[in-house]
Design a protein around this ligand. Structure first.
Ligand code: FE2
Length: 132
């Protein structure tokens, strides 16, 4: 569960944030695996939630600045993911801190990240290159 160079978008600010994102998701995964305290996992989930929102906001700002044609599609994908994260935190709370929920959560988060970066974010980098 690491950021690898094949996930590079080619825009430094975006890539740097993606790296931190993977690191955080990795920490959550480790905490789940080690059956760490509910508080620790709760805090990590909250951080992931906040970091995701900040990252999406930055990415969307960047897309507007460059007049990116795929903006609406990206924005929609971002809001859907934020909803999924919200649901996940609720499920985790409701389960009373279930490790299974955390492991499922991690799979969902990481698969989504990899899919989204390689299918959608990469196009932002291609667009930037084509404008030069
Ligand atoms: Fe994105």
């Amino acid at each position: 569960m690491r950021w690898t160079s094949d996930l590079a978008v080619g825009v430094k600010e975006i890539d740097d944030q993606h790296k931190i994102w993977f690191k955080k998701a990795g920490q959550l995964f480790e905490a789940g695996k080690d059956r760490r305290a509910k508080e620790v996992i709760g805090e990590l989930l909250q951080f992931l939630d906040e970091y995701t929102k900040m990252h999406f906001a930055d990415e969307e700002k960047f897309m507007r600045e460059i007049n990116y044609p795929g903006y609406a599609e990206q924005k929609k994908a971002h809001s859907e993911f934020i909803q999924r994260l919200k649901k996940l935190r609720q499920d985790y709370e409701a389960s009373g801190g279930s490790i299974t929920v955390i492991i499922q959560a991690n799979k969902m988060v990481v698969n989504w990240l990899i899919g989204h970066i390689s299918r959608m974010d990469r196009k932002i980098g291609e667009f930037v290159k084509s404008q030069k």
